[in-house]
Design a protein around this ligand. Structure first.
Ligand code: ADP
Ligand code: MG
Length: 329
């Protein structure tokens, strides 16, 4: 039986604000809100993997009691494939309900808020205004500049920055001890380097390195880092060529691969190519395979010429979906 291990990022996600590393000023202000039992609308902005979602969830825990938020919290992701209209309806419905139990207010946690179009943001702003008595928003984004001014001006803005190196390394050391890993100081340094301040990425890389067994050295870290798992790429391809393809899922998986392994567009193209070549006849019909390989060669060229890798890779997924639909008819 295959045992699927829990993600260490989740296992070691702080449950309270006190456990959050770095962000001292932010944490102390959030604790003050928790102590008062009330929050303004909040806008968390900053790079990935530094603790924005963690802080939001910890704050929610402290306001309602650990794990007790229940029906008073609605969690949404603005880049969700259900589309912003559905989200808008969910938000409206939820916002119009009274808080559950003796809670004073409800919370809507909206992740990737900067993925919303400005129309959607204007609609959101109206809801924020209308239901502000009973509903607080916590908006999370990478770039606050992509949030329309009227929303920004209604929120307390918290800018998250990368976590200092010493703290990242200390955290990785704690996790390594907990998991009884043999890891060198150089490997810990390498983890920091390859993750570029993104603690999610650093922990994922550590977990991937640990999965190999044996001592974790600098070399192990670099080798883990530059290679996505072939199954992951194969599953993206399969999603596109299935009879019920999902572009948004495939795109999300592709993003995850890029993020989790810190791969460049060119790396992914190379690895997609070898995955396509190595997939079995059962997994991919040969005409789709050659069409994909030929399009991928285009993508490779365009990326080398400076085209946006993410757009090119999305184009590849779209092309794969279209060509396999054509093949089927
Ligand atoms: N400041 C932090 N303190 C402790 N752990 C963190 C911190 N930031 C990130 N992590 C770790 O990285 C993972 C991802 O963090 P998350 O809060 O989801 O990042 P994001 O800023 O992208 O929302 C968490 O599950 C946790 O394990
Ligand atoms: Mg997050």
């Amino acid at each position: 039986m295959m045992v699927i291990e829990r993600m260490w990022t989740e296992e070691f996600r702080p449950k309270t604000l006190d456990e959050v590393i770095g962000h001292d000023n932010i944490v102390s202000r959030l604790k003050e809100f928790a102590r008062r039992g009330d929050i303004p609308h909040l806008l968390f902005a900053g790079p990935p993997g530094v603790g924005k979602t963690t802080c939001a969830e910890a704050l929610i825990n402290e306001i309602y009691g650990p794990g007790k938020a229940g029906r008073n919290v609605l969690r949404l992701n603005a880049s969700d494939d259900r589309g912003i209209n559905v989200i808008r309806n969910d938000i409206k419905t939820f916002a119009s309900l009274l808080p559950d139990g003796d809670a004073r207010f409800k919370v809507i946690l909206l992740d990737e808020a900067d993925m919303m179009t400005s129309d959607a943001q204007h609609a959101l702003r109206q809801i924020m205004e209308r239901y502000s008595q009973t509903t607080r928003f916590i908006l999370i984004c990478n770039y606050s500049s992509k949030i329309i001014d009227p929303i920004q001006s209604r929120c307390a803005l918290f800018r998250f920055r990368s976590i200092p190196k010493e703290l990242v390394i200390e955290r990785l050391r704690t996790i390594s001890k907990n998991k009884k890993l043999k890891i060198s100081n150089e490997a810990l340094d390498a983890l920091y380097v390859v993750s570029e301040g993104d603690l999610r990425r650093a922990i994922n890389t550590l977990q991937a390195a640990a999965a190999l067994g044996g001592e974790i050295t600098e070399d192990v870290i670099y080798s883990v880092r530059s290679q996505a798992k072939p199954q992951e790429l194969a599953s993206i391809i399969k999603l596109c060529i299935s009879s019920k393809p999902s572009f948004s899922k495939a795109r999300q998986l592709m993003r995850d691969v890029l993020m989790n392994y810190g791969l460049s567009g060119e790396d992914v193209v190379k690895q997609l190519n070898s995955t396509l070549v190595n997939m079995s006849e059962d997994e991919i019909p040969s005409l789709i395979r050659v069409a994909a390989i030929s399009y991928l060669a285009e993508v490779d060229f365009r990326i080398s010429e400076g085209c946006d890798p993410e757009i090119q890779l999305q184009g590849f997924l779209a092309h794969l979906i279209l060509s396999s639909a054509k093949y089927r008819t």
